[in-house]
Design a protein around this ligand. Structure first.
Ligand SMILES: Nc1nc2c(ncn2[C@@H]2O[C@H](COP(=O)(O)OP(=O)(O)OP(=O)(O)O)[C@@H](O)[C@H]2O)c(=O)[nH]1
Length: 820
């Protein structure tokens, strides 16, 4: 099936892993066409690669001879139909893209082979060795013979070989075209010069992928700081199926500096520490006690501000920055936004409680982020404290403590009494020294937004943790899609500061819009640059949103089209059945539903599963918590319930929030925010539930309860009693008519007059309804217990027989609880 040329080419290039097995000729026409198409596409790709390579690599006269006309490579590739230019370039640079291309052919061939192997009859292996490929002369002879017999094939313009034997030609089966879905290619703006790391950000791909692509294109130097010109960057973008647009203006953006591998010449910076652990194990108390030491060490009368991060100065002169957002949600929210700010995790484990589920969760988070852990065995002042048990529990979950020969330090502390806190701080500092956390104090400042909020009278402010460089009042910084000329800065003790170096948390005022927690902060040279960067980012975001919408629209159209085709097929089948019925060809008209095959029925049933939607407007005190609450709510979605956040923001609940929630039939979820009386009144008039929380676990538990209530209850039928019909009696009624009554004995449980009964015959239910009478001898009774003989008659049902089983049933409705 592969042309001899292709086979030769692959052999020349040492690619020998092509599927060698052949298929029976009569069943291979369609797969062969499909495969030819794949090869043709790949050759098309080769052509563009070739053209670009030709432009890119300058012809080298001394190498020209090595890939001259008629050489193995050029003749092989010209066999593929690729235009080989005779004055070629460096053999090495040419050969690598060619090898990569042919590898692609190889892998596609294998893929094609594996997906079709089961569908087509294979020739026995023995036959393969005997299969001969027709030489051109033989092929021409075959064609002549076929044409003489009047079964000539259409001329083969693809240049692929044929089998030696002539075979009867079958009418080609119509090839069903796959639905045409417009492929959306993303535009990317390429600057004149860009380094590898920044190109990953522009193209939105991971570094490994970019490096692989560069190697595939024969670009050997793919180090993170290697500079590429716009041509090279465009070539890479095209290889990644993107649409490169070289536009220096549109490509203007800010990027973090590329740090050298050897940082030893830079000064040490304070470590950034996050406290994690199980609920109630004392994280907040520990942070509060640490913060008090920070205040005590600061100026007299200093007030610790809640700014999301604070520094503790140790007597040794060292400093630690604690992130004041204890908990896994905040940690992973930061990470999911690409801000890996934490250097060390302090894992708090209560000595009286030991390792609990969220302790294990914290361990997993820290390990996933590759952040070292310091264990703080807390509440050691308590009489029932058992630090040893806690440590053994940690060992079971892969935390190798130093005292058991591992590498993780553990300190016994008490958040209440302050016991062991200096040791904990020293341990953190020692670990930081081992980690050699250094930063460059000079150059443009870089950092991350820890949280942001609007403060009355002061406007929008953000807590920023500086990572590199030094932030100064009056400088311009960009975060996400907003910028700021720093009007003023205050440290964690509320003192105004003029500059902040690496590891320092500061509150920055002067933002145009509120930045989001986790946004990267980069300093711009001037206002014009900051504005351009922000404008470019907004345009890029809008374009990406449009593309996403386009994809959704395309997808919907394709699905609608498929659904339309399906409906039309069913209609056609129904019309055909009707016609056959009218012409006496079939006796009964089948049920329309039967025309749909089983698979389709399954789909219909699946589609009928009603998905409920819980909508929410989230308001929080700081952007960090809003982000966390939104992430947590989104994580509650199940196949039956969708949680949709229709709006979110920082600040108290406003009239606008109530209106939005009313319009979307949503609930308002407030976290650490206030709701004034008027808003509460408006919300109750508009029937908008407002739920306020200050603990994330309570919020989640409560929302889970609400979601559980939205689920349809489980309805089950419970059998309370069983009786067997022993004899049928005919009794006279008042109107002198006779009526059949079942004489029964209760064999299980009890039969009640009120409620439903069903009659079972030969293990099948034949009737379900209500009892008309339940009597013992002549007395009406309400209940007949096990062993009792009684007479029963049923509402409008007389077709019972001796031996029938009568069951007394009740329907039990059990409310559902939320379960992921
Ligand atoms: N005896 C004693 N009690 C402590 C200690 N640390 C915390 N507690 C108590 O433990 C309870 C929970 O402490 P928190 O600091 O709120 O615990 P947490 O881990 O922050 O809890 P969440 O914020 O709900 O996750 C409080 O009643 C504290 O007073 C300690 O070292 N010794």
């Amino acid at each position: 099936m592969f042309s001899t040329t292709l086979r030769t080419t692959l052999r020349d290039l040492s690619i020998s892993s092509l599927p060698r097995r052949q298929y029976a000729r009569d069943s291979c026409t369609r797969p062969a066409i499909a495969f030819c198409r794949t090869v043709k596409n790949t050759v098309g790709q080769y052509r563009s690669l070739h053209a670009t390579c030709y432009m890119r690599f300058r012809p080298l006269p001394q190498d020209a001879r090595s890939v001259g006309p008629g050489s193995k490579n050029t003749s092989s590739l010209s066999g593929l139909g690729a235009p080989v230019v005779e004055k070629e370039y460096s053999a090495r640079k040419f050969r690598e893209p060619a090898v990569a291309l042919l590898r692609k052919v190889d892998s596609q061939a294998k893929k094609w082979h594996s997906s079709n192997a089961g569908r087509f009859r294979e020739k026995p292996v023995d036959d393969l060795t005997n299969t001969k490929w027709a030489r051109p002369t033989e092929r021409r002879a075959n064609q002549a013979e076929n044409s003489r017999r009047g079964r000539d094939r259409p001329p083969n313009d693809r240049g692929f070989s044929k089998f030696q034997e002539a075979v009867p030609i079958q009418a080609p089966k119509p090839i069903k075209k796959p639905p045409v879905v417009a492929k959306v290619q993303r535009d990317v703006f390429i600057p004149e010069v860009v380094n590898v790391t920044n190109l990953t950000k522009i193209l939105g791909v991971r570094l490994e992928m970019l490096v692989r692509t560069m190697h595939r294109l024969g670009m050997e130097n793919a180090t993170h700081d290697h500079l590429l010109n716009s041509d090279e960057a465009s070539l890479i973008a095209m290889e990644l199926d993107l649409n490169p647009i070289v536009d220096s203006e549109a490509a203007i953006d800010l990027y973090p500096r590329i740090l050298p591998a050897d940082m030893s010449s830079f000064p040490l910076r304070p470590p950034v520490v996050t406290i994690m652990g199980h609920v109630d194990h004392g994280k907040t108390t520990l942070l509060d006690t640490l913060r008090k030491t920070a205040v005590a060490a600061g100026e007299a009368g200093g007030i610790t501000q809640h700014i999301g991060a604070f520094s503790v100065d140790l007597p040794s002169g060292k400093r630690i920055t604690f992130l004041d957002t204890p908990g896994h949600a905040a940690f992973s929210a930061m990470r999911s936004r690409g801000a890996n700010v934490t250097d060390i995790v302090v894992l708090v484990v209560a000595a009286d409680d030991g390792v609990m589920p969220q302790t294990i969760e914290a361990i997993k988070h820290a390990q996933a982020a590759n952040v070292p852990i310091v264990v703080a065995i807390n509440k050691c002042d308590k009489h029932d404290a058992d630090p040893r048990k806690a440590k053994e529990g940690l060992l079971q979950h892969g935390i190798q403590l130093e005292e058991f020969g591992g590498e993780t330090p553990a300190v016994e502390v008490s958040g209440i009494t302050g016991l062991g806190l200096p040791e904990l701080e020293e341990t953190v500092v020692t670990l930081a020294e081992v980690l050699e956390l250094r930063a460059d104090k000079g150059g443009a400042a870089e950092g991350v937004v820890i949280e942001s909020q609007v403060e009355k009278g002061r406007g929008t402010m953000a807590t920023v943790l500086v990572k590199q460089g030094t932030l100064t009042v009056g400088s311009y910084i960009v975060a996400g899609t907003t910028w700021c000329k720093i009007r003023s800065m205050t440290d964690d003790k509320g003192r105004p500061v003029k500059e902040a170096g690496p590891g320092a948390p500061v509150k920055v005022i002067g933002w145009k819009e509120m930045p989001n927690a986790g946004d990267e902060i980069l300093q711009a040279e001037d206002e014009a640059l900051a504005k351009t960067v922000v404008e470019n980012r907004i345009t890029k975001q809008q374009r990406e949103t449009q593309l996403r919408d386009l994809e959704v629209i395309n997808d919907k159209r394709r699905k609608d089209k498929e659904a339309g085709t399906m409906e039309r097929a069913v209609e056609k089948a129904q019309r055909k059945e009707l016609w056959m019925f009218h012409h006496g060809m079939i006796k009964d008209l089948p049920d329309a539903a039967n025309i749909i095959n089983e698979d389709d029925e399954g789909d219909t049933k699946k589609a009928k599963v009603e998905v409920k939607e819980f909508r929410a407007v989230v308001k929080g005190d700081v952007s960090g918590t809003v982000g966390t609450v939104v992430d947590c709510l989104n994580g509650l979605c199940t196949p039956e319930i969708k949680v949709k956040v229709v709006g979110s923001g920082v600040g108290n609940i406003t009239d606008g929030d109530v209106q939005l929630a009313a319009a979307c039939e949503a609930s308002i979820i407030g976290f650490n925010v206030k709701t004034d009386r008027k808003i509460q009144h408006d919300a109750s008039v508009a029937r908008v539930p407002i739920k306020s929380y200050d603990v994330i676990y309570k919020l989640l538990d409560d929302i889970k309860l609400t979601l559980g209530e939205m689920l349809p209850p489980i309805v089950t039928t419970q059998v309370n009693g069983e009786a067997t019909v022993l004899q049928i009696f005919q009794i006279n009624t008042q109107g002198r008519e006779t009526k059949a009554v079942a004489g029964c004995r209760v064999t299980n449980g009890s039969m009640t007059k009120i409620g439903r009964v069903r009659i079972i015959r030969d293990h099948k239910q034949i009737w379900e309804g209500e009892l008309e009478t339940l009597r013992q001898v002549k007395k009406d009774i309400m209940e007949a217990k096990k062993g009792l003989e009684c007479g029963m008659s049923f509402n409008d049902f007389y077709d019972f027989k001796e031996g029938d089983v009568i069951q007394s049933v009740v329907t039990v409705t059990t409310p559902r609880s939320y379960n992921t």
